[in-house]
Write a protein that binds this ligand. Sequence first.
Ligand SMILES: Cc1cc2nc3c(=O)[nH]c(=O)nc-3n(C[C@H](O)[C@H](O)[C@H](O)COP(=O)(O)OP(=O)(O)OC[C@H]3O[C@@H](n4cnc5c(N)ncnc54)[C@H](O)[C@@H]3O)c2cc1C
Length: 636
Amino acid sequence: MTSNFSDDTTLREILRDAHLPSLLGTLAHATHDLTLLREEFRPNYIETAAGFQPQGGLSANAQDEARDMAFRVIKELRKGIYDAKPPLQRAQVRQIMEYMVGPFSDDHFTLLLNELGLAEYTEVSQWHKTKLSTNIDFTVAIIGAGLAGVGAAYRLKQAGIPFVILERHHEVGGVWSENNYPGCHLDTSNFNYSYSFNQNPYWKEEYASRAAVLEYLQSSAEKFGLQEHILFNTEVVSGEYNESDGSWSLMLRKLDGSSEKLRVQALISAVGQLNRPNYPVIDNIDSFAGHAWHTARWNHEVDLAGKRVGVIGTGASGFQAIQKIAEVAGELTVFQRSPPWVRFTPGYNSLLKEGSRWLFANVPNYHRWFRVYRMWVGMCRRAYTEVDPAWKHPVSMSQKNEELRQLMLTHLEKSLADRPDLLKKMTPDYPPFAKRCASDDGKWFETLKKPNVKLVTEKIVKAHEGGIETTDGELHELDIIVFGTGFKAADFLSTLPLTGRGGVKLADQWHSDDARAYYGITIPNFPNLFCLYGPNTNINGNASLVLLSEAGATYIVECIRLLLESGKHGMEVRQEVLDRFNDRIDAASGTVVYGAATVNSWYKNASGRLTQNWPLPTVEYWNGTRQVNKDDYLFL
Ligand SMILES: Cc1cc2nc3c(=O)[nH]c(=O)nc-3n(C[C@H](O)[C@H](O)[C@H](O)COP(=O)(O)OP(=O)(O)OC[C@H]3O[C@@H](n4cnc5c(N)ncnc54)[C@H](O)[C@@H]3O)c2cc1C
């Protein structure tokens, strides 16, 4: 327990901001006193489309009593009464977790233990390269220093595997470095969008600003001594597999245009999915005389104040940028093809309450237990993405999906009760989760109602020197066009041209946008190449991307161990293993709204196949990557 303890009155105030199920779990863990998990405070686990009931559904009276108990325990903790205890038994940890979120399977337990992130319970292999009898030179190149690259580097370092990180930009951060449009911030909770091995009790917000995420990633790289492994301003322009010795030859381009070669024994692609901006095809766009740029390539030279700005697209980035642009632009014209489903998310644009911040910073491990709770809520959300083939409804795809639709419709109708014109334009005609849902604390709809904001849903016909013309013949006069039109997400590894065994080009093997990899990681004909955030590893209403990325990194380290132990040069996933895996993925895609719905989304490739997202329960990715089955691989 740290200092900075408040007086009794302040502590009671602070406790008003506590998340009681997480706090009770935290206190039972800290004190080893599981009698604190009293029946009368047990969360009721009733899950609704909005998530679990606030404060576990406890009555106001029960909440007060739980706070009283927490007050007494925190005071005792402060006195050091409970300090220096050996770790709790796993069974007791599970008891706490099940008290907080309800019963779960053994597999879920290992996943949640990982999320708790306490060294005594994590499963990551203690294997270290120095323990191997063979001592061959083996260096890995990680391409990309974003969230995935840094996470992989951490795991490689833990296992003593030499590596270098090649990053085309000047800093760590990936999308959080590239995207600096106004309003850029997380739309998933920080408590899950952070490494399990480097959890942060000091977040100021629950949905961190771009600057805070960037700072977190950079400080993670610093903290684990990874910066010194990074070659910045170094783009990998091509890579070729050498069958003679299993190495990869990389061609690097430096900032000054010079080239260098690098030979490594394995490659980890951590190049991301969302870094090739997608520009819409607009007839005559070159004739536009004003400024035009993509949200991911923000032009900070141009002041938006008082200008006539047009934003094309209300997807994730456009949605955030529009709310900020509207604060300064003279006129803002929003061009929308289809409206996003918007989930009411209190706190989305605000700081965490003072009391919450104090508790996270001062009550040991409260942030970890809250993360566990958050992860569980995220995993439960999957139920709302599942398709019920017997469900007959023009829009939704199951009873639960309909419940969620109704919840979001209520927010929509409440927010736009005074603007029936906007309500009509803003009501999606596709099921929730067919595309990424947006989060809103009320600001989005308020923005659309501002007098300087105009929502246009007519299709764009062409650009003119002075603006954009829509199908109704109107010319929308603009000084600036912002493309909030997302990324070429289906073109996996398109920033990294690779040639594998037998001269096969990866882009050809994948027919550009039909990427397939075993658990998103390994690919036939490309030995010793491992991908993170590869095909079918994105999330949608289903837990956390970081979990998948970390699981992938652990799997890769295990692959490298097997390779080194095999005494062979290369390992490559068997085609039939990948085919079987893909059959499973394709079948599962039909069971989730984001795979089955016919609406277009960036989750799918041009032919409508779900290539980006994981369609199975999160725990199945976790289980599939916890161990490497040697028989899945050819050793060359
Ligand atoms: C604006 C925005 C907001 C987002 N918000 C969320 C969110 O709230 N929650 C969520 O779960 N996800 C979110 N995402 C998704 C996001 O892509 C992932 O969360 C995550 O950042 C991916 O990390 P990554 O390391 O795999 O890829 P990236 O962050 O894309 O990093 C890839 C790195 O590889 C480098 N690179 C690429 N090609 C080469 C090459 N040939 N040579 C050298 N370097 C190369 C790039 O420069 C980059 O630094 C968001 C994405 C964007 C764009």
